[in-house]
Design a protein around this ligand. Sequence first.
Ligand code: ADP
Ligand code: MG
Length: 322
Amino acid sequence: MLSEFEIVHRFFTHRPRRAVLGVGDDAALVRPPRGRELVLSTDLLVEGVHFLRGAEPQALGHKALAVNLSDLAAMGATPRYAMLALVLPRADARWLTGFARGFMMLARRFEVDLVGGDTTRGPLAICVQAIGEVPRGKALQRAGARVGDDVWVSGTLGDAALALAALQQRVRLDRAELKHCSQRLHRPQPRIVLGLALRDVATGAIDVSDGLLADLGHILECSKVAAHLEFAAIPCSPAVRRRRDSVLGRNALLAGGDDYELCFTAPRRARQRVIATGRRAGVKVTRIGSIERRARGWPDLVVFGADGAPLKISHAGYDHFR
Ligand code: ADP
Ligand code: MG
């Protein structure tokens, strides 16, 4: 049986590239960058809540870091460090090997140092903290959207929710669809390069982790504005498009969580620049609506259907306590 020390030593101790001191002391040491601000974010993944029992460890390791890097992407930050707190039911070397591989492959890809954490026994849960940096005053915030801005989203939405529905046998996907959607659910790609490139053009940004309506709703709330979206403009994969007119497909697109795309706002005059920015970052960006003044008697977020009439929205996104 592996001891706590052996787990940390064997699976989570790597020589840091940038940190002054990594795993192995009472705390890590990093040098604060001159003229820049630190960006700190943390996210929890709990078995039975965020992932199903028996989830593949390598995918979990990837996702645990990816969801945190996605928050940094939404701030326009460069990721630098991560910390990992693990609650494990047992010291299973095979599980740990897979988990550490998934985590570290993504960490290396974005040159993130794993600089510390904690390891204890209990029901499986994973808490990661990601630390990044931005030039002072340059972070993308939820509060920056302005009336007249366009609303944009990267990639496609709804695939992860569709994969989850398939796992729960609420929908049947063909083999190619299942492969595509599962990949999106289990291996989300944090939009780091796009987030960095948007720093000089976007006014507000958020990552779509709880569903488009809920997450864009946070931008609207923080910016004290409203938005009009066009349902037909929201980008989706063929698997979601095929089901877009069903309740399940529509909910996946508008309220499905776990896509980890970026939703952002930018001035109308910057349209060409936004498109060029997406191209440079290697991810498609799609304009889905506009930021409007708040109007009394209207909800802050209205989605117009193909017939020009507002859709009735029943379910806006995921909330752990409702
Ligand atoms: P302490 O008793 O001071 O909390 P620990 O024995 O928990 O020390 O941790 C020793 C070192 O290992 C610390 O540097 C800590 O940050 C690191 N560490 C512990 N668990 C992990 C983990 N899961 N991933 C990365 N580093 C870890
Ligand atoms: Mg400890």
